[in-house]
Design a protein around this ligand. Structure first.
Ligand SMILES: Cc1ncc(COP(=O)(O)O)c(C=O)c1O
Length: 365
């Protein structure tokens, strides 16, 4: 039985060809292809410029430094997100202020964020979790510098404008299973030339007149050549993701689960919510026994890592969110299999399922 992974990069012959050409050129470190790729991403998102990095974490770290964030500053972020953002805040010495999320889109809840804004608040990081937009309009009104994290929805539109063009800076991860990938990688985008210059300076340490603590966070031309091809494919990837999501939604509409939806959702993840008090690990195990890897889409909310309490919506989502395989390279046959296995498991959710899982397989996150 061939296992259907939870996630898988969508790469093809064109990426291979470009990598070989770059290798043959002899220019493999950061060079002209990185520059070209930065321009292509900036044009695509609709901002003045971009800086490529070797990870999304590095992009976030230098975005915060470029904004002047340092010790004693506070940075607001949702608890229901990836721990990489927490790391980036701690690298600067600032204090992360965790916030609960909104039930409707799992993103930062503006009402909760408002309660946490104080004199020391220096930035708000807004990741658009699983590909759904946040209540951005309300968050922008706070007049606190915003760092958009578009790792899950690069290429999406929000109220007629490209996501990633609203904040002071936006960042994106190009990890293997993201919307577009270079294996590892990241980018920061901005309309502010000064911020772009600062980030570039902090990323490139060599041959400088002054000494400053700088970071070798460079991406290689090999990776950038993959990204250029991936960016060209992104609109098609998004169309495919939306198609797959509507096929799943149609197939699973009659069961006791909450399905994802939304015009501006690009379905980086297809996340359903199972009813309260059902054993999520057990459901994951049932799928796994049939050769399908489903996952909790956020491994652990940040407030749990930091031993904080009072995040009821995040807790409820964490206990109920089940992510099914969805990516552009998912074949028709694989889709059919996930549908048929789902249709055999989901009817059980009308009953209480209490057995606990013994085994978990970990593929890509
Ligand atoms: C929303 C989000 N932001 C940032 C990151 C961190 O990116 P990276 O793994 O490239 O450092 C991730 C993790 O993959 C993520 O999901």
């Amino acid at each position: 039985m061939r296992t259907i992974p939870h996630s898988r990069p969508s790469l093809g012959a064109e990426e291979r060809k470009k990598v070989v050409a770059t290798l043959r050129s002899g220019q493999i470190a950061q060079g002209r292809i990185v520059e070209r790729t930065e321009k292509a991403f900036a044009d695509f998102v609709g901002v003045k410029g971009a800086v490529l990095f070797n990870s999304g974490t590095a992009a976030c770290h230098l975005a915060l430094l470029a904004l002047g964030i340092k010790k004693k500053d506070e940075v607001i972020l949702p608890s229901y997100t990836c721990s990489a953002l927490l790391n980036a805040i701690y690298y600067t010495g600032a204090k992360p202020i965790l916030c609960d999320v909104h039930r409707s889109n799992f993103n930062l809840d503006p009402a909760e964020a408002r309660k946490r804004i104080g004199k020391k608040t220096s930035a708000i990081i807004i990741p658009y979790i699983f590909g759904a937009p946040a209540n951005l309009k309300e968050l922008i009104e706070f007049k606190v510098p915003i760092v958009e994290d578009i790792s899950h929805n690069i290429g999406a539109d929000y109220q007629g404008r490209r996501i990633g063009s609203f904040g002071k800076i936006s960042i994106c991860s190009f990890y293997a299973t993201k919307m577009v990938t270079s294996g590892e990688g990241g980018i920061a985008l901005s309309n502010d030339e000064i911020l772009l210059k600062r980030m570039r300076d902090l990323r490139d340490y060599d041959e400088k007149e002054n000494y400053l603590l700088r970071y070798n966070y460079k991406l290689t031309d090999i990776q950038a050549s993959i990204l250029l091809v991936q960016l060209k494919k992104l609109p098609l990837f998004i169309a495919r993701r939306k198609n797959l999501a509507s096929e799943y939604n149609e197939a699973f509409s009659r069961y006791n689960i909450k399905l994802p939806s939304g015009k501006e959702h690009v379905f980086y993840r297809y996340v359903v919510q199972i009813p309260k008090n059902r054993d999520l690990e057990r459901i994951i195990l049932l799928f796994q026994r049939k050769g399908i890897i489903c996952r909790r889409p956020v491994y652990k909310p940040l407030h749990r890592y930091l031993h904080q309490e009072g995040f009821p919506v995040t807790e409820a989502i964490w206990h109920s969110a089940l992510s099914l395989p969805l990516y552009p390279s998912l074949t028709k046959e694989e889709l059919r299999k996930v549908v048929s296995v789902g249709q055999s498991i989901f009817p059980q959710l009308t009953r209480s399922v209490t057995l606990s899982a013994k085994r978990r397989v970990s593929y890509y996150r």
